[in-house]
Design a protein around this ligand. Structure first.
Ligand code: HEC
Ligand code: HEC
Ligand code: HEC
Ligand code: HEC
Ligand code: HEC
Ligand code: HEC
Length: 492
């Protein structure tokens, strides 16, 4: 760089100082980072909402800061000049002066390092924001419940973005704007407690779940055992073994029918929900491959369906908690007792632990202290009370988040019908065609599953391939109102 005899105006000359140069370097680097992020953003396979924050907020912020620094440098220099009453000091780099040589080398080397670091830094930050760790822990308070449940789910190895963003450009932009909005809400502490579901801008399952799960897959029958304990002195075991007729949706791979019948591309199932959480479904319409349309209504619904939002049923209308299932106190204590974490021989254990878990606590810390005190009081002579307390606190930590007002009873789980209406939102015997001749199948407790065994001990070993009538407490039960009594805590 040769010292110029200054044909320039004093205005441009005043930018020739180290502060302004640093500002320019910063501005260049952040522009460079922006371009890089922008290209990753446009061409990367998987979207990620936080990219938007980086590319469109962080990089430009540095750009603006760099430009400001440039101006400040110039201003400082001019003020100095005015004070000195002489012309602006010449910003000259004279390579014959050792001091100038050193500064220049340092500046160029520093500048190059900075540019390189920016490139690497942006790329790594991009990777980090894509990670589950970032989504789950960065905005710790609002995401903690979902993150905790997720780590304990079948999808613990699936990135948040795979379900919440998915591929494609339009959703990319949407989720990016959403990411910016979330940043704002978290920064200003304005997020909802609990976060509302169903998530309105969640993509349809065809574009998320079905990217990994093939809807045509034939699953057939699944053998599931549900182990329970009654809330009596001896914690009487009560187990139900079901053969779930999941079936399949595509005749090319097995008989198309069973629970996954709804997923048959040939049958479109649509419905109207009259509440935000989609728990009340008064109207259902099916369209078969050959175009036959059947409309089912519940007795009370007399509205014109065109006035309502009609939703097409997909995986998430049944599997709505594939990654964030908060277990009810009843079910989590049953699980702990079946694995021996809580001793099923301890008198009234089921009843007492559920009672302790269902008290109201303000924070997790308060809950843990009070749980310990309460159980110690209920079992003053029990030698292993420390283990009981630890198991109970574990259940609490995993499923209750008072800081976010989240617990099992906040988010409905639609997969079954015991604690929530689930399948019985439609299969309750109340959904009929206008002529009353057809209804959505409901009558038989062995139509969706076969109750192959139930009870305890020797009784549980008697299998019935045709299916038992459900035996409930002292009698048979084929009532479709399970969730009127079963709420996840003590049944009424
Ligand atoms: C297997 C798919 C899947 C994965 C992976 C997943 N989610 Fe979700 N998430 C869902 C579905 C489906 C819902 C809607 C639940 C509903 O409608 O009841 C949801 C809802 C949410 C909600 C709204 C509140 C709630 O509990 O319903 C938040 C917050 C959330 N997810 C955060 C996350 C975070 C953070 C991660 C990663 C740590 C993640 N999700 C990973 C499928 C997923
Ligand atoms: C990125 C791939 C991916 C996506 C997207 C995905 N899943 Fe999965 N899902 C998996 C894998 C892998 C497993 C099996 C985990 C295992 O067996 O360890 C699984 C398991 C399941 C299971 C069986 C769970 C169990 O408890 O055994 C269900 C049900 C399921 N997924 C539903 C869904 C739904 C609904 C969605 C959309 C909201 C979804 N998945 C999105 C990869 C995915
Ligand atoms: C009508 C409700 C319903 C719909 C809609 C539905 N499923 Fe299922 N699915 C079930 C039930 C019930 C089971 C039995 C397992 C259970 O209860 O968790 C099941 C089981 C599964 C399993 C577990 C198989 C195993 O081997 O454990 C997977 C995977 C699955 N479904 C994926 C999907 C996908 C993907 C979609 C959307 C294309 C879908 N399901 C739509 C109700 C449904
Ligand atoms: C939005 C309403 C709706 C929901 C929710 C729903 N179904 Fe259905 N289901 C239907 C309709 C409509 C039919 C077709 C009419 C019929 O066969 O009764 C059907 C048919 C079925 C069939 C018969 C399929 C065949 O082979 O013909 C089974 C089994 C079934 N559903 C199981 C379930 C299960 C299990 C759940 C809950 C996990 C569930 N359904 C949730 C609307 C629903
Ligand atoms: C529309 C289909 C359908 C019908 C009809 C149906 N069930 Fe179920 N049931 C299911 C599904 C799906 C599950 C599994 C839920 C899960 O994966 O947690 C289930 C689970 C159960 C369980 C185990 C629940 C638990 O947590 O222990 C029992 C018991 C049960 N059903 C009894 C009955 C009885 C009694 C009837 C008749 C009044 C009946 N079911 C009718 C679909 C149905
Ligand atoms: C009138 C109220 C009522 C209705 C309706 C009802 N239950 Fe129950 N159920 C109870 C009570 C009370 C118990 C005993 C609970 C205990 O001692 O812990 C019980 C116990 C059970 C148990 C074993 C213990 C447990 O807590 O899981 C299962 C499984 C069960 N019921 C399933 C069902 C199913 C499935 C339906 C619907 C088909 C149903 N119940 C309908 C009141 C009811």
């Amino acid at each position: 760089m040769k010292p110029q005899p200054s044909p320039n105006s004093p205005r441009t000359q005043s930018y020739r100082n180290w502060v302004s140069m640093t500002g320019l370097l910063l501005a260049t680097a952040s522009f460079f980072a922006f371009v890089l992020l922008f290209f990753i953003d446009v061409f990367a396979h998987h979207g990620n909402p936080y990219m938007g924050i980086l590319a469109y907020i962080v990089a430009p912020a540095f750009l603006v800061f760099g430009l400001l620094l440039t101006v400040v440098g110039a201003w400082l220099l001019r003020r100095q000049t005015r004070k000195a009453q002489s012309g602006p000091p010449k910003f000259m780099i004279d390579l014959s002066r050792p001091r100038d040589r050193k500064t220049l080398v340092a500046f160029v080397a520093g500048g190059l390092m900075f540019l390189l670091a920016t490139a690497l830094g942006s790329y790594n930050t991009y990777h980090y924001t894509e990670s589950v760790n970032f989504c789950g822990t960065t905005c710790h308070t609002p995401m903690n419940p979902e993150y905790t449940a997720y780590l304990d789910s079948a999808h613990a190895r699936v990135a948040c973005a795979e379900c919440h963003v998915g591929p494609g450009a339009t959703w990319y932009v949407k989720s990016k704007l959403n990411g910016v909005h979330q940043l704002y809400c978290t920064a200003t502490d304005k997020f909802q407690r609990p976060i509302k579901t169903p998530v309105k801008n969640l993509r349809p399952a065809q574009e998320t779940c079905e990217q990994c799960h093939w809807p045509q897959r034939f699953i057939g029958n699944l053998d599931r055992t549900y182990t329970h304990f009654l809330a009596d002195e001896t914690n009487t075991p009560f187990t139900v073994r079901l053969l779930l007729k999941v079936g399949g949706a595509d005749p090319a791979h097995g008989p198309a029918g069973g629970i996954h019948w709804h997923m048959n591309e040939a049958n479109k199932v649509e419905y109207i929900a009259s509440d935000d959480q989609r728990q009340v479904i008064p109207w259902v319409r099916t369209t078969s491959r050959d175009g036959v349309v059947t409309e089912y209504r519940s007795k009370k619904f007399t509205d014109d369906p065109a006035k309502h939002t009609i939703r097409r049923m997909d995986c998430m209308d049944c599997h709505n908690r594939p990654a964030h299932d908060f277990r009810s106190p009843n079910d989590s204590v049953d699980l702990a007792m079946s694995t021996g974490n809580i001793d099923p021989a301890l008198p009234w254990a089921k009843s007492n632990v559920v009672a302790v878990l269902t008290q109201t606590y303000a924070t997790q810390a308060e809950a843990e202290t009070k749980i310990a005190a309460d159980l110690a009081k209920r079992y003053p002579k029990y030698a292993k009370v420390a283990g009981l307390v630890a198991a109970t606190q574990d259940i609490y930590r995993q499923n209750f988040f008072p800081e976010m007002k989240v617990a099992w009873n906040v988010y409905p789980n639609n997969i079954g019908h015991k604690n929530w209406a689930g399948c019985f939102r439609c299969h309750d015997g109340d959904h009929k065609t206008a002529d009353g001749k057809k209804q959505i199948a409901a009558s038989d407790c062995n139509s969706c599953h076969t109750i192959v065994a139930q009870g305890a001990g020797a009784q549980l070993e008697k299998l019935n391939p045709k299916g038992f009538n459900f035996f409930h407490l002292d009698g048979e039960m084929n009532d479709f109102s399970c969730n009127n009594c079963h709420t996840g805590a003590f049944p009424k």
